[in-house]
Design a protein. Structure first.
Length: 665
């Protein structure tokens, strides 16, 4: 197609746009015989429709929906256009060519795609159309202008918070300080006489004030005297949560992955000459998403129907959720998908069986049922930070049996919470005996998907540990990893590329040190080298070099931007991110105590892609989890202090010994 004639529209929240490729690729992968691909796709399409799946998440947009959905659809449409042209010109489709939004016949006949569209629609699309080879690509792999940028620059782009149907009212909420609290009592008369206040509505876990503008609603909600009951959840704190996790890991755990016989190697290690057990315990806290656009949802219920304006990562799932909450028939719910100002997993509707915790979408629907007008619910920043579905706090106990050569013969990881994706705790290193096990430790703190999900914890754990092993063995951390990756050439290649581009092993400016880490996630492999110094007791990150193997790079500029964004998001969390719990409630309230990385703190970032023929991998998340380990390993190189608990702000590095600094130099 002629790129200048291409337009992009957001798909409506309709079952026809359920992304079957999500299930189709996640479960059977590439193992479906060609003759069954049509049947397989049709089956997963029915599953996606039944489950109302239209999810943007899991770094799937290009590698699944794009590669196996849109690419296949485009190729099928091309075949239909060629058939229509061939029928018109009385020739074979193979005699026609399609280029620049036009079909050309064997005698020079031409017709635009638009002119052929009606005739082409008479043909059925193939489930297995002929796809272009990489050598035939003219647009893929080139940096074409993005369609979304102009609207975001000139302000014409519409986000969820921009929805303003006629007669709009606004809602602000009072939520119990402790998640999953219940409302005991409140006195609506305290605020109903205020200017602009229309109604007070109770919903599970809170009370909302509806007014003619947001500020009046917010001020009235703050003035409302509400009594909540949190029960024994008030006895929960960060300390009790981590203590419970430590206790759980000391009891019987459940199997995640077993290779060889790690238990025997550990039990015999004390009697094995030259063998030694090395162990470490790591902890990471809860994390909020802190999307720049406040959480919001606008709902208008009238005549037995509901209209919803919201920016979400699953419009079809939102439609189903609204239907469930309101009791309105699914076919009478219309979701108007809007742009969203940051998602990172926060804007995936939480649904029973996945993440059973009500959200602003549920609350907006409940409130709208009680008001004869459209209502926009907007969370304050405090509401958002204190009532998120958080990345879980996790403890991991890792140990290894190392031989006289310093390399591990057995590896064990006991961790808390088996979250998606299941392979996150697994390691690429060639160790014959591995035992990876987990324990569940329930709390009332809501858990939800967070950019890179379980990889964000486990990459920090395992890559810090293998760095510890390398230093303990007196070996270069890069060479140590490469020695364990002899059967993983893709991992080795990205490590070597990152090291080369970062100048690994070469002299750095005085006081600067390197750390390295690698992880495979969402079908891509990312290695990062961080260049760090210590200033006034805190790490300063000067440069991060990333090497990425994501298979085919579809749009180089956007691909690099995704990696850069992931590094910044991960660096923010590693440096500052911490949601702590006291008396059952979240302590942090706003950006004053849940800090973001400042522009002045942002390092120079370089992104390099491996020329790879591997299947297309994701890019929205894989760079995020690697940076915490790379920086932590650089901090050790600089200070001799091994950080096993995030965030870095918890650690005072000002007491670095001159002896170690001189030795490191």
């Amino acid at each position: 197609a002629d790129w200048s004639l291409v337009r992009a529209e957001q798909a409506p929240a309709e079952s026809a746009f359920a992304n079957e490729s999500l299930g189709n690729r996640f479960v059977p992968g590439d193992g479906v015989p060609p003759m069954l691909k049509g049947v397989n796709a049709a089956a997963w399409y029915q599953v996606a429709k039944f489950m109302s799946l239209q999810i943007t998440g899991g770094s799937m947009a290009v590698r699944y929906t794009g590669q196996h959905g849109m690419r296949t659809t485009g190729a099928a449409a091309k075949e239909m256009l060629l058939k229509a042209a061939a029928s018109r010109w009385n020739c074979s489709p193979s005699d026609c060519t399609a280029a620049m939004s036009m079909v050309t016949g064997p005698k020079g006949e031409t017709a635009t795609y638009g002119e052929l569209a009606a005739d082409a629609a008479e043909y059925s699309p193939s489930a297995s159309p002929k796809l272009k080879s990489r050598s035939e690509y003219k647009i893929v792999g080139t940096p074409r202008p993005r369609f979304d940028i102009p609207g975001k620059v000139d302000g014409s782009a519409k986000y969820g918070i921009d929805a303003r149907p006629e007669g709009l009212l606004y809602a602000a909420v009072r939520l119990g300080p402790v998640s999953r609290s219940t409302v005991v009592s409140y006195d609506a008369s305290q605020v109903l006489s205020r200017r602009g206040v229309k109604k007070v509505v109770e919903f599970p876990g809170g009370v909302a004030v509806v007014a003619d503008n947001y500020w009046r609603a917010k001020e009235a909600a703050a003035a409302l005297d509400v009594e909540f009951d949190a029960g024994d959840k008030v006895n929960v704190s960060s300390e009790t949560i981590f203590a419970a996790q430590a206790e759980a890991l000391s009891r019987e755990t459940d199997e995640d992955k077993e290779v060889g016989d790690a238990a025997s190697v550990f039990s015999s290690a004390p009697e094995t000459e030259g063998a030694e057990i090395v162990s470490a315990e790591y902890r990471v806290p809860y994390l909020a998403h802190a999307c720049m656009e406040p959480m919001n949802c606008t709902v208008w219920i009238r005549d037995g129907k509901a209209d919803v304006w919201v920016g979400v990562q699953d419009p079809l799932g939102t439609r189903a959720r609204i239907a469930d909450v309101t009791g309105i028939d699914f076919d009478n719910v219309t979701v108007h998908p809007m742009l969203l100002g940051g998602g990172f997993g926060r804007r995936i509707p939480l649904r029973e069986g996945f993440f059973d915790f009500p959200s602003e979408i549920d609350f907006a629907a409940i409130i709208a049922k009680e008001v004869d007008a459209p209502v926009k619910l907007v969370y304050s920043r405090e509401d958002d930070i204190q009532h998120d579905a958080y990345r879980p706090a996790v403890t991991s106990r890792i140990r290894a049996v190392v031989g006289p050569d310093g390399y591990p013969t057995a590896y064990e990881n006991l961790y808390v919470y088996k979250d998606d994706p299941e392979e996150a705790p697994h390691i690429p290193y060639g160790i014959a005996n591995q035992s990876i096990r987990y324990a569940e430790v329930p709390t009332h703190i809501p858990r939800g998907p967070w950019r890179s999900v379980a990889h964000t914890q486990h990459t920090f754990f395992s890559e810090s540990f293998f760095d510890e092993l390398a230093h303990r063995a007196g070996k270069d951390p890069l060479e140590y990893r490469l020695a364990l990756l002899k059967d993983q050439p893709r991992h080795a290649a990205v490590l070597k590329l990152a090291a080369e581009k970062a100048g690994w092993g070469k002299k750095l400016p005085q006081g600067h040190y390197h750390g390295i880490a690698v992880q495979q996630s969402f079908g891509s492999i990312v290695a990062e080298v961080a260049e760090v110094s210590i200033v006034d007791g805190s790490p300063r990150i000067h440069r991060v070099v990333a090497a990425v193997d994501c298979g085919l790079v579809v749009h180089p500029d956007t691909a690099a931007q995704q990696v850069e964004s992931g590094i910044i998001y991960g660096l923010t969390a590693a440096l500052y991110g911490e949601i702590s719990i006291e008396n059952g409630a979240v302590v942090q309230t706003n950006f004053t105590d849940y800090e973001m990385l400042h522009l002045s703190e942002c390092p120079e970032i370089e992104v390099h892609f491996v020329d790879s023929d591997a299947p297309i991998g994701g890019l929205g998340e894989p760079a995020t989890p690697v940076v915490s380990a790379a920086v932590s390993n650089a901090i050790f190189a600089a200070t001799g202090t091994r950080i096993r608990q995030l965030p870095f702000k918890l650690h005072d590095l000002s007491q670095v010994s001159d002896k170690f600094a001189q030795a490191a130099d």
